[in-house]
Each structure stands twice: as structure tokens, then as C-alpha cells.
Design a protein around this ligand. Structure first.
Ligand code: NAP
Length: 292
């Protein structure tokens, strides 16, 4: 049981639905391990983002995470935006400032940290992004900043993949420059036309998630022979069908748990202007494994 007193700082997460979130477990574990006098709670939001942001701000809520479906719409209520979050067009972390809430995208900072942790370097590699929703879009911007040989966005609805493709090509932070990084879009049905090997694949669709646990967006097993590493953003179940296919073809497979943990770690570091020790991050990982 937490010791809550008159000095306790309040943090939270807004979204709808919100009952499934693991963020309170992560953040309350961090504050306990770090001896920070704070509490983190879920807020089920309605769609009145203006009233909600004003209410949180006037009550002095120090930091807020934002989840589905508000990651883009909340931007209009903020006093400022981190440049990367602005390019992506989505935020998941708000920090209280005197002027209002300032927005960041720690989903992507978290994935970046996971890749570093796992020793996955995208430079010069062929990358494939499965999906073209909010998460895929953020992953595409991360890839673009890492000088890969190519980025291929594969989505059931090709127009959505093409919209991300166009934004990536126009992205000034595209470190490779659009002349050297090939960016293109395919539909999931066209995947047979993909011909690179040793690829790094990010699975950013909902397939694999309940009630689609036994589904995978690319059913063609031949595709997996080309994969050296597959990162599924889904963390529940801990091993998706996509991950099983990658592993059985000899590739390395990762779920989205580390990304989830690191997005929280990055948020906490931004809020408190600290660096969390490695042993605290390992403790969170151990705690979370009981929940997935
Ligand atoms: P989203 O914006 O709703 O996008 C969903 C994507 O899945 C779209 O590309 C959609 O294709 C595709 N899709 C859905 N059903 C499909 C089907 N039956 N067949 C083929 N494609 C299908 O969702 P999101 O916010 O990007 O999230 C995507 C996943 O990432 C979720 O599983 C989420 O849990 C996970 N995620 C994890 C983390 C983490 O920290 N680990 C963070 C963010 C997100 P269409 O465009 O054709 O509809």
C-alpha cells in the first residue's frame, strides 16, 4: 500500500477503454523503487478533450499518458510539442509546464531504446512495417531516422501505407536522405513480390491480439525465411503467431513488452528529469511478466 500524503504528486493515463492498461503497475512500481512521492491512476476519458485537459491541468496533474483513441486529437489542447512527436502527429506523454501540457511521443523513444538493448541496428538494413495505423506510422519515422537501406510499408488498405510513405519521403529527419533509403508500399496480398533477405520486420497490426490470437497478417510462410529479426508490438499474448513463424524460420523474435516498459521509462525520465537505473528497469520487467 502506497503512502499518500499532502505532497503526493498525481500522474495518470487517459484513454477509452482503459481497464486493460498496465501503465499504473509500471509507474507505481517505478515510484516505489525510486522513492518518488507520486501516484499514477487510470482515467477513463470521454471525448471532451478540451474539458478533460483543462481539468487535469487545473488540478495540477504532473504528467499524463495518452492512449487510444486520443493520441492525435489531444495535440490541439497542448502548449507545445516535441519536434519528433510533431512529425509523427501523435503523442502519448504530456508534461505539466506553467503554460500548459507539453507533448512527447515516448512510444517511439521506447522502441528506439529496445532496439539498442537488443543490439538491433537498422542502418543499411531492409525494414518492413506490417500495418499502417498509428503505431506503424511512428515506427516508420523511427526507421527513417536510422538510415536503413529500405522501408516497405505493407498494409491491407494500401492508401494508408502510401500516406505514410509520402510523409516519410518529406520528413527532414530522414537521416539517410530519401535518395538512399527506398520507401515503398505494398498490400498484404502483394507480399510475394518482396525479394530482400535478412530483413527486420515490425508487426504493427492488431492481428495476434485478442480475439485474433490465431491470426497473422502474413500467412505466406516463405516470407519468414527472409526475416532476420521480427518485433511484434503486441505483448499479450507474450508469443504471437507472427513471432512463432519468425522463430520457426530461424529468425529472432521479440514481443512488445520492452517497448511498453521503455515508453514508460522515457515518460518517467521526462517528468522527473532523471535517468532510471538499469536494476529498476529489470525489476519492472520482472513485475510485468506476472501480468502478461
Ligand atoms: P490502429 O491505428 O488501429 O491500426 C491497426 C492496423 O492493423 C491497421 O494497419 C489495420 O489495417 C491493421 N489491421 C487490423 N485488422 C486487420 C485485419 N483483420 N487484417 C489485416 N490488417 C488488419 O492501431 P495502432 O494504434 O497502430 O496499434 C497497432 C498494434 O500495436 C496494436 O496491437 C497495439 O496493441 C500495438 N501497440 C503496442 C505498443 C507497445 O508499447 N508495445 C504501443 C502502441 C501500439 P487497415 O488500415 O487496412 O485497417
Amino acid at each position: 500500500m502506497k503512502n499518500i500524503d499532502g505532497q503526493t504528486a498525481v500522474y495518470g493515463i487517459i484513454g477509452n477503454p482503459i481497464g486493460h492498461t498496465l501503465s499504473p503497475v509500471i509507474h507505481n512500481t517505478i515510484s516505489e523503487k525510486m522513492g518518488i512521492n507520486s501516484v499514477y491512476v487510470p482515467f477513463r476519458a470521454d471525448d471532451d478533450l478540451k474539458a478533460m485537459t483543462k481539468g487535469l491541468f487545473s488540478l495540477g496533474v504532473k504528467g499524463v499518458n495518452v492512449t487510444v483513441p486520443y493520441k492525435t486529437d489531444i495535440i490541439g489542447e497542448l502548449c507545445g510539442l516535441d519536434p519528433l512527436a510533431k512529425e509523427i502527429g501523435a503523442v502519448n506523454t504530456l508534461k505539466y509546464t506553467k503554460e500548459g501540457y507539453y507533448g512527447y511521443n515516448t512510444d517511439i523513444l521506447g522502441l528506439d531504446r529496445e532496439l539498442e538493448d537488443e543490439g538491433i541496428d537498422l542502418k543499411g538494413k531492409d525494414t518492413v512495417i506490417l500495418g499502417a495505423g498509428g503505431a506503424a506510422r511512428a515506427v516508420a519515422f523511427l526507421c527513417a531516422s536510422k538510415s536503413p537501406a529500405s522501408i516497405t510499408i505493407v498494409n491491407r488498405t494500401k492508401s494508408k501505407a502510401q500516406a505514410i510513405e509520402a510523409d516519410i519521403k518529406a520528413y527532414p529527419g530522414n537521416s539517410a536522405g530519401s535518395e538512399t533509403t527506398v520507401v515503398k508500399s505494398l498490400t498484404t496480398e502483394d507480399i510475394g513480390a518482396y525479394d530482400r533477405d535478412g530483413i527486420i520486420v515490425f508487426q504493427c497490426t492488431n492481428l495476434g491480439l485478442s480475439p485474433h490470437e490465431n491470426e497473422c497478417v502474413i500467412a505466406d510462410r516463405g516470407f519468414y525465411d527472409r526475416v532476420s529479426a521480427g518485433i511484434d508490438l503486441i505483448y499479450r499474448p507474450a508469443e504471437t503467431l507472427f513471432m512463432k513463424y519468425v522463430k520457426s524460420a530461424g529468425g529472432r523474435a521479440y514481443n512488445g513488452l520492452k517497448m511498453l516498459i521503455y515508453q514508460a521509462v522515457c515518460a518517467c525520465e521526462i517528468w522527473n528529469e532523471i535517468k532510471l537505473p538499469e536494476e529498476v528497469i529489470r525489476e519492472i520487467e520482472k513485475t510485468l511478466k506476472q501480468f502478461v
